[in-house]
Design a protein around this ligand. Structure first.
Ligand SMILES: NC(=O)c1ccc[n+]([C@@H]2O[C@H](COP(=O)([O-])OP(=O)(O)OC[C@H]3O[C@@H](n4cnc5c(N)ncnc54)[C@H](OP(=O)(O)O)[C@@H]3O)[C@@H](O)[C@H]2O)c1
Length: 326
């Protein structure tokens, strides 16, 4: 891993302007995600190139303060939220300019801090379960790591899609994941889930490592594992990242063992990198306001304490989301 020389610091930045098709958002709160510390640590450098210095931060909630030419969906004063363009970032700042296609109207029933933690994890869960796993009513779905930022939303979205959900959690997260709709909860510190579960219709892996490998063993033949924490594969490179043949070949090589393992079990394997989408955010907002989806916020930090927020997130014990408030 190649690290950046001066990875992260607080400093004054110029206010951005809204370009064509962009809205200028006064940021009121921003969500933290593991990708933030992975980016800071240089773990994403192979696939993500930034012109340094760059304003970090991948999701936000705030108020529209200005609109660029051609903007049709938003007006000054709208309360909005967004997973910003991952090639640009920019959520950890007082203002962000974001293309309107990536922005959604904030759920009316949420405050800014609650809404700021929804875009990245919510879109990940929605796209993983609905688009990649194709979860339908009556499916039995297994989700690793149900108590975290993505897991707390994934459980609820799988239930909304009509699935019965099994998940892993420690005793610290068990009550929470049950309250969100998980029917079967396995304490991963005491038991291997592959000793208990079998014939599942799909698995959504948020943990990676041995959990990803074990998830192949609990599925029906022909079912799929979608991971967001395991090993990227050629579709990740081509479709999600738009990389060329050389890097795609590299992803093919590093994922060969895990794809072979899946093949031997008769199941499919896909590593997904979520994509920003204002349309999907509107869907999530509708579910929140309709009472079918409830964001879970673990802690809210003042923006000045963002380093503490990073340290807390990096412990990997968060129940739901970590947010900074501006
Ligand atoms: N590819 C993508 O587009 C994408 C998008 C979003 C996230 N991700 C990745 O998905 C992963 C999860 O993200 P997140 O935001 O949900 O992380 P997170 O909020 O930091 O997850 C922390 C939670 O995971 C639980 N946990 C830790 N180890 C576990 C294990 N072995 N089994 C079950 N639960 C465990 C912890 O609870 P206990 O300590 O109580 O067990 C804690 O509640 C990260 O690797 C992230 O980078 C990828």
């Amino acid at each position: 891993m190649t690290r950046y020389r001066r990875p992260m610091e607080l400093r004054e930045v110029p206010e951005p302007t809204a370009g064509d098709g962009e809205v200028l958002i006064r940021v009121r709160a921003a969500g933290l995600n593991p990708v933030d510390y992975k980016t800071r640590d240089g773990a994403m450098r192979l696939v993500m190139h930034y012109d340094l210095p760059v304003v970090m931060g991948n999701e936000l909630a705030g108020v529209v303060e200005g609109v660029g030419a051609g903007v049709t969906r938003f007006a000054v004063g709208d309360r909005v939220f967004a997973r910003v363009d991952h090639r640009k970032m920019g959520a950890f700042a007082p203002y962000a300019a974001v293309h309107e296609s990536l922005v959604g109207k904030m759920p009316e029933s949420l405050d800014f801090a609650e809404a700021a933690g929804l875009p990245l994890a919510g879109l990940t869960a929605l796209q993983g379960l609905r688009d990649e796993l194709g979860v339908t009513a009556g499916d039995r779905v297994f989700i690793t790591g149900g108590a975290g930022g993505v897991g707390t939303l994934a459980i609820q979205l799988a239930v909304w899609l009509g699935a019965a959900v099994a998940t892993t959690a420690s005793p610290r997260g068990e009550t929470l994941v049950r309250s969100l709709g998980a029917e079967t909860v396995i304490d991963y510190q005491k038991q291997r889930f592959k000793d208990v579960l079998h014939d599942y219709d799909g698995a959504f892996d948020l943990v990676g490592g041995q959990d990803l490998k074990d998830s192949f063993d609990i599925l029906k033949r022909g079912a799929n594992v979608v991971s967001v924490a395991g090993i990227p594969e050629p579709t990740t490179a081509r479709v999600d990242l738009g990389l060329g043949p050389l890097l795609t070949a590299g992803f093919w090589a590093i994922s060969a063992p895990i794809r072979q393992r899946a093949r031997r079990r008769g199941v499919g394997y896909r590593f997904l990198i979520m994509h920003p989408s204002g349309t999907d955010l509107d869907l999530l907002a509708g579910l929140v306001d309709g009472g079918q989806l409830k964001p879970v916020t673990d802690r809210v930090f003042p923006f000045q304490q963002i380093a503490d927020a990073f340290a807390y997130l990096e412990q990997g014990r968060a129940k739901g989301k970590i947010v900074v408030q501006l």
